[in-house]
Design a protein around this ligand. Structure first.
Ligand SMILES: [Ca+2]
Ligand SMILES: [Ca+2]
Ligand SMILES: [Ca+2]
Ligand SMILES: [Ca+2]
Length: 618
């Protein structure tokens, strides 16, 4: 591997901040070395082409595994950097991943109220979302929880509110909601945190049944509701949202998922034996989601129509912004419930083309629309192409869509073991993150059936479901839920999920929103010999590509926007180094609008660094 750049699976070479597309796609090899042509559609280990060096040992190991019928060969067909994944592993999966931080320990007394009624109005079953973000710029991640509230179908007996908790740096948190002015008091559902106006302070977008709320951060521990002035005062049933730069002008635009057309009068009667259940969303009309363009002056313009996004009527629950074809433009993947998923390919100039069907991510393999809820995007197999994930409802299996490098995807959930493990579950919050710092992204899932009465009509499904944890071993995913910790032995009506490092020890922790209950805080207690580097990219970071080498092994993270369900994650990245005590080098290719790549040699491990474009690691 040439250390000055990466050749990705669809033939884009990243080097020194420049991006060049190869004349012929489907090549593997590196600059200055003979390259080897493969053909689109070729099966086996080389399907999709590949970056980097493939050694004789790789070939022997690979074909041996294939001939032995290793189930994971479809999911991980790419042989990677100098076979180092197979040769150097940083040990067995941890004995325990997480301990539970109880409310007694954290001081987090806030609980979600799901407004559950005998009628079973649709929005009751959705929330809550959670956010992990640093509102006061002290370098410690604070927490935000979204609550339900008054609506046309619900008048709470006592006032309900969202909650902002300040991180006291010792595992305890202080409720600062009232001072901060972010109580909400609407029928809140989700949250997306980002510094939309680039003043260095993170702002909050809250989605509700009713409206959007944009809280601008005033830099002094308080926020101002600027929704109306910003031009975001629109009615709807909003779920997840994502901040990303849709047109590479350096400003964060906003995509908001809209679920079905809904108000109390549109609620259906979905009774069984005279008892009201939550209706399957098929019984409601679809509705378009919204895209708002940031003017840079604190206001937004609704470009749903001109972008093409408003043409598509869906039932949007989850969204992630990523770059599926490595062209430097951020694409959007939207999980829809009971109708096909949407993949919006960014054509530049504020235009999107919906290619979900052609790309193979709209339906299941046998052509059925599934109930997509949570989503994520990551290059789980390290071939340079961003893969997609959807958590679906029970009896559908979740989807792991491996990117073939030509704007098409293959659902490989079955061959990874994720399909079998999720067949009876209903999934919401989901995130790929490297929990054990071996350099490969693992996967956590928050589950729970939407219908609290499901057990009265079937013996095989449950309202409360366990969390799931998968360890990425470089050749497949191992279900390591049994060693996840005490919380993995319980069951929850879990919904939103965010990951973040709450105690700045480099081990990424998890916060789960539980319907009608207190949130679940999972503290990562993985103890192994692996090292890490935390990276806080300051300013416009969504769309950045971070690559690094440790112990001669190259890894990469593409900074996606959004993902999971109704929730917002710690914006920092933790680079897992495995047993290496320093990074040989780290390279940050900033988003296209910044046109810059920064590179650092021999970076000391086990601490966080901040980086501005063109700056030093501080
Ligand atoms: Ca803080
Ligand atoms: Ca701001
Ligand atoms: Ca990939
Ligand atoms: Ca931690």
């Amino acid at each position: 591997m040439n250390s000055s750049g990466l050749l990705t699976c669809n033939g884009v070479f990243f080097a020194n901040g420049k991006q060049r597309r190869r004349d012929a796609g489907w090549q593997w090899g590196i600059e200055g070395e003979p390259s080897h042509q493969t053909t689109p559609g070729e099966t086996g280990w080389f399907r999709g082409g590949m970056k980097l060096v493939i050694t004789r040992r790789d070939l022997v190991t690979g074909f041996a595994a294939l001939s032995a019928g290793t189930l994971t060969s479809r999911a991980f067909p790419m042989l990677r950097n100098s076979s180092s994944n197979a040769r150097i592993d940083s040990g067995r999966p941890p004995e325990q991943y997480f301990e539970t931080w109880t409310a007694q320990k954290t001081g987090i007394t806030w609980k979600h109220d799901n407004a559950i009624s005998s009628i079973h109005y649709l929005p009751e079953s959705m929330g809550p979302g959670v956010a992990i973000f640093d509102y006061d710029n002290d370098g410690w991640m604070d927490l935000y929880f979204v609550n339900s509230g008054p609506a046309d179908f619900f008048q709470p007996a006592k006032p309900l509110r969202n909650a902002l908790y300040h991180n006291n740096r010792d595992g305890t948190f202080t409720d600062v909601t009232e001072k901060a002015g972010v109580a909400g008091r609407d029928f809140g559902i989700g949250v997306a945190a980002a510094d939309y106006d680039g003043d260095g302070w993170t702002d909050l977008l809250v989605t509700t049944y009713g409206r959007l709320i944009l809280y601008h951060n005033n830099h002094d521990g308080t926020f101002t509701d600027v929704t109306k002035a910003a031009g975001l005062d629109e009615p709807g049933l909003f779920t997840s949202a994502v901040w990303f730069d849709s047109d590479n002008n350096g400003l964060l635009d906003l995509f908001v998922c809209h679920f079905v057309k809904y108000n109390k009068s549109l609620e259906r009667d979905c009774s069984a034996n005279g008892v009201h259940h939550y209706c399957y969303p098929k019984t409601f009309e679809p509705w378009p989601s919204r895209l708002y363009k940031n003017s840079g002056k604190g206001t937004f313009t609704d470009i749903s129509a001109s972008s093409g996004i408003g043409r598509y009527f869906g039932k949007a629950f989850g969204v992630v912004a990523t770059d599926i074809n490595n062209d430097g433009l951020m694409d959007l993947f939207v999980a829809n419930d009971s109708v096909c998923n949407f993949l919006y390919l960014n054509k530049g100039g504020g235009k999107f083309e919906e290619i979900g069907f052609q790309a193979g991510v709209a339906y299941s393999a046998d052509g059925a629309a599934r109930s997509g809820m949570g989503v994520d995007a990551i290059d789980y197999d390290g071939d340079g192409c961003q893969d997609l994930f959807v958590a679906n409802i029970s009896r559908e299996r979740y989807s792991l869509y491996r990117n073939s490098g030509d704007n098409t995807f293959q659902d490989v959930a079955g061959s990874t073991g994720i399909g079998m493990a999720t067949v009876m579950d209903s999934g919401w919050g989901t995130r790929f993150v490297d929990f054990d710092l071996d350099g490969r992204p693992d996967l956590i899932l928050a589950n729970g059936h939407p219908d609290d009465l499901i057990e009265s009509i079937t013996n095989s499904l449950h309202y409360r479901e366990p969390l799931l944890l998968f360890h990425n071993n470089g050749n497949g995913f191992d279900n390591v839920s049994a060693t996840g910790g005490p919380a993995f032995k319980e069951s929850y009506p879990a919904r939103g999920l965010a990951v973040g490092d709450l105690d700045n020890d480099g081990r990424v922790d998890v916060v789960v929103g539980i319907s009608g209950e207190a949130p679940l805080i999972l503290h990562n207690i993985v103890r192994n010999a692996n090292h890490w580097i935390g990276l806080n990219l300051v300013g416009l970071a969504v769309g950045a590509r971070i690559t690094w080498s440790a112990g001669g092994i190259e890894r990469g993270i593409f900074k996606r926007g959004g993902g999971s369900f109704l929730s917002s994650c710690d914006p920092r990245d933790v680079l897992g180094l495995g047993p290496a005590e320093y990074a040989d080098w780290i390279q940050v290719q900033w988003p296209a609008a910044i046109r810059r790549t920064d590179r650092f040699e021999h970076v000391r491990a086990d601490r966080y660094y901040s980086l501005v474009p063109g700056g030093k690691l501080l």
